[in-house]
Design a protein around this ligand. Structure first.
Ligand code: C2E
Ligand code: MG
Ligand code: MG
Length: 688
């Protein structure tokens, strides 16, 4: 998944769920708040109406008593006369302006200090100067910081509300039964302010009052529940959709397990966790060999079932803090947690684990042969430069780390016995080099950065220069002098070597033509032709055209074919060699003896020259066995009417021995190294 898509997905994920959840929570809180507020207001309303009624009565009493006082009656007479009409059995407490108690009825007293505020200012008419104070025996006074009111614990109210009534009681009387009785005192200034009269008022809460409040609450709750439920369903649906979407995005449709996108996220999370920064890990590329072939033989469905089985198998073998997912095709990526104290132990741990894993995997289909390769990229513990522990791993790019593991695996692919390969820096450098060569080779050819070097061949009999081999050298403006061993194998892999060979043949043909025109001594030159070239139809005609473009005699050019080419399509090879010979070119077998010598090929292919590989002459030959082989090889070539060139000759004894055996030419550092054309021309003047 591209990073743009990834970003979009993450955004989508955040967007989808949170608005619904937040809306649901806010709305629910709002509703609960509203219900609580309504209930409080309703309760206050019920209480308020009772209190307002008592204040109203008090107003009337105050007016009447003041009337009595004005008509000259004593305060005691005025109060007592009013008591039986208005307050009934209410307790009364009257004091004068000095605070001296004048009248007191009943057993209770006001709590002068605890002033109550019912927050009913408008209804109560404060212009009368009334003040409510608590009763000295008050149980339910609550100071909320702002004002002081009555408050009873909810559980107590509920207990009293739902307490069973008497057996003979009717429903109506049960409902109207008083469940809470609370007294408070109302203070009224009398006369000209000479007296303060306190009258005890009783507030009673009936069972039905609580029921009204409850019914009101339930109705409000029911009304608000509808949008809450709808919103809740919507939120749950959003979450479920989101989860399904996430599952689909993280699903590998072939194995049914997790896909690469998930692997990347998960592995990155594990590696970058602070707690894991000191732990070693490894990223593994697990590859099922010849999967396409498996599908072709057993069907795509069977192939996918195999991958599914692999997924199930790996799931059972993977530990905590580890993970795996299919990358693509038959490649799986794995993140392994290592258990070693140093690099070597970690590697050993991974090797052992992967070895047993691969062995078990190979037995997944007992009646079918399946084979696996693995590349491992070790991720050492993170060691910060300042030595502090709280760092996290830097620059964790799972794709890159996996690519390295993959690169390691690819290098071992050809070697069947090497099932597990570890990635190392050298491998990376090799890959970087290969990329550079591939990227620049065409431009280099156009810019004529490839130069022809010539290595002379000498006759051991008279020590004369009798031939040369054209060897390519890459003189790069950035990399400098590059030996063919560093780029020819890459050219062979990419097929570019055919273009290089053409270039070299043309250059050599041109050189020969120039020598001819300049009247110089003509020296036969051999040119290497890659085995990749021999797969081409019409190669002989093609070479002929290249040479004829400059016009030198064909017999001055020899074409060197490496021995390994003889293992490819032999029929084409025989045909091409015969055609080349018919055109007058010489053909030689290069590096004879370096690989598995195909003696049989010598029988079928009419070659002109046999080039004995330098390997014959390297190292010690104390027991003389090497000499026996060389002697017989020369004899064989002679019997087949072929000339022999010995390569890689560095010592005089070797020259003497080859001369004694009748070797035709010697090419080696003993006589000369490969050199630029101008230098070679000087050598010809001297040695030829
Ligand atoms: P080759 O064709 O077998 O060339 C002989 C190699 O042996 C050359 O290496 C040469 O420098 C080296 N050599 C010669 N005498 C001695 C000696 O006495 N001691 C030692 N140690 N080495 C000696 P070079 O030039 O590095 O080329 C390596 C190979 O690259 C060639 O092996 C050939 O297979 C390939 N190559 C070189 N130029 C071309 C080319 O133009 N086209 C193709 N297709 N391959 C080329
Ligand atoms: Mg050669
Ligand atoms: Mg050779």
């Amino acid at each position: 998944m591209s990073s743009v898509k990834e970003k979009r997905f993450r955004k989508l994920k955040r967007k989808k769920i949170w608005p619904s959840i937040v809306a649901f929570i806010l709305f629910t809180l709002l509703c609960v708040g509203m219900i609580v507020l309504f209930l409080q207001l309703f309760a206050l309303y019920i209480m308020g109406t009772k209190i307002v009624q008592q204040y109203g009565e008090m107003k009337n009493v105050k007016a009447v008593i003041n009337g009595f006082l004005e008509s000259g009656e004593s305060i005691a007479d005025a109060v007592i006369s009013q008591r039986k009409y208005t307050f009934g059995e209410n307790d009364i407490y009257v004091m004068d302006a000095d605070g001296e108690m004048l009248i007191k009825t009943g057993n209770s007293e006001p709590d002068f200090e605890l002033v109550l505020d019912f927050k009913l200012d408008r209804e109560l008419g404060l212009d009368e100067g009334f003040v409510a104070v608590a009763d000295s025996e008050n149980q339910f006074v609550h100071d909320n910081g702002d004002f002081t009111i009555f408050a009873m614990p909810v559980d107590e109210v509920i207990k009293r509300t739902f307490s069973p009534g008497r057996e003979d009681q009717s429903v109506g009387s049960w409902l109207s039964e008083t469940i809470i009785t609370q007294g408070y005192w109302l203070r009224a200034p009398l006369g000209e302010g000479e007296y303060d009269a306190y009258v005890k008022c009783i507030i009673q809460l009936q069972r039905q009052d609580v029921f009204y409040i409850c019914i009101f609450g339930i109705i409000a709750l029911l009304i608000l529940m509808i949008p809450i439920i709808l919103l809740f369903i919507n939120t749950i649906r959003s979450i479920v959709t989101q989860r399904r979407m996430t599952q689909i995005i993280y699903l590998d449709t072939v194995t049914g397990g997790k896909n690469w996108f998930y692997f990347r996220n998960y592995a990155e999370r594990i590696l970058t966790r602070k707690i894991n920064s000191k732990k070693p890990f490894a990223i593994v590329n697990l590859h099922l060999e010849r999967y396409q072939n498996y599908c072709a033989c057993y069907g795509v469905k069977a192939g996918e079932e195999l991958l599914e089985a692999m997924d199930g198998f790996l799931k059972a073998r993977i530990g905590k803090n580890e993970f795996f997912a299919r990358f693509e095709g038959a490649d799986f990526g794995m993140l392994l947690a290592c258990e070693g104290v140093n690099e070597q132990e970690n590697q050993e741990y991974c090797r052992k684990r992967m070895r047993s894993l691969l062995a078990e995997l190979s037995g997944l289909k007992p009646d079918q042969k399946i084979h696996f390769h693995a590349g491992i990229n070790m991720i050492p513990p993170y060691v910060p430069k300042d030595g502090k522990w709280y760092h996290t791993r830097k620059n964790v790019d799972i794709n890159q780390l996996y690519t390295y593991a993959n690169a390691a695996r690819v290098t071992s692919e050809c070697a069947e016995e090497k099932q597990i390969t570890f990635f190392d820096q050298e491998m990376l450098e090799k890959q970087v080099w290969e990329r550079w060569v591939e990227d620049t080779m065409e431009e280099a050819l156009n810019n004529e950065e490839f130069q022809v070097y010539l290595q002379p061949k000498y006759s051991p009999l008279n020590g004369k220069l009798v031939g040369a081999e054209a060897l390519v050298r890459w003189i790069s403006p950035t990399e400098g002098f590059i030996a063919p061993g560093r780029f020819i194998p890459i050219f062979e892999d990419t097929g570019f070597v055919t273009q290089l060979d053409d270039y070299m043949i043309s250059r050599v043909a041109k050189l020969q033509a120039e020598w001819m025109i300049q009247g110089k001594k003509m020296i036969p030159i051999s040119v290497n032709v890659s085995r990749a070239h021999f797969a081409q139809e019409g190669l002989a005609e093609h070479i002929c055209q290249l040479v004829d473009a400059y016009g030198p005699r064909h017999e001055l050019i020899e074409l060197e074919v490496t021995e390994s080419a003889f293992f490819d399509d032999k029929d084409i090879l025989v045909k091409t060699v015969k055609q080349l010979k018919a055109f007058g070119f010489h053909v030689s077998m290069d590096d004879f003896g370096a690989g598995y010598s195909s003696l049989n090929s010598l029988k079928d292919i009419p070659l002109d020259v046999l080039k004995l590989d330098g390997e014959f002459f390297s190292g010690d030959d104390d027991d003389g066995r090497g000499q026996v082989v060389v002697k017989e090889a020369i004899q064989l070539a002679r019997n087949l009417d072929m000339r022999v060139v010995a390569e890689g000759i560095e010592k005089k004894e070797q020259v003497d021995f080859l001369a004694s055996q009748g070797c035709d030419m010697i090419q080696g550092f003993y006589f000369a190294k490969p050199m630029p054309i101008e230098e070679f021309e000087k050598k010809v003047e001297k040695d030829a």
